[in-house]
Ligand binder design. Structure first.
Ligand code: ZN
Length: 77
């Protein structure tokens, strides 16, 4: 499996929120998810391990890893 190229991915995305444990980006340009090739809504980069996510919505998630950081791609339907 190819590794996710976080830098080139993030360069297309809009930074949204950052705190101690996560950094999130909004996908405003319909970049394809590396896991399922469908455009994702948001990318969440986990900066701490382990990290808890408090999601307020029911979402489909795809997960990747880059440099030991978890990447979470959210999909809304
Ligand atoms: Zn996906």
């Amino acid at each position: 499996m190819d590794e996710v190229d976080l830098k080139s991915l993030v360069s297309s995305l809009t930074p949204q929120e950052e705190n101690q444990s996560i950094k999130s980006y909004q996908n405003t340009v319909s970049v394809a998810c590396p896991a399922c090739d469908e455009p994702f809504e948001d990318l969440v980069v986990c900066k701490q391990n382990p990290t808890s996510l408090n999601l307020s919505l029911q979402l489909d998630l795809c997960v990747g890893v880059e440099d030991d950081r978890a990447l979470i791609f959210t999909h809304r339907h």
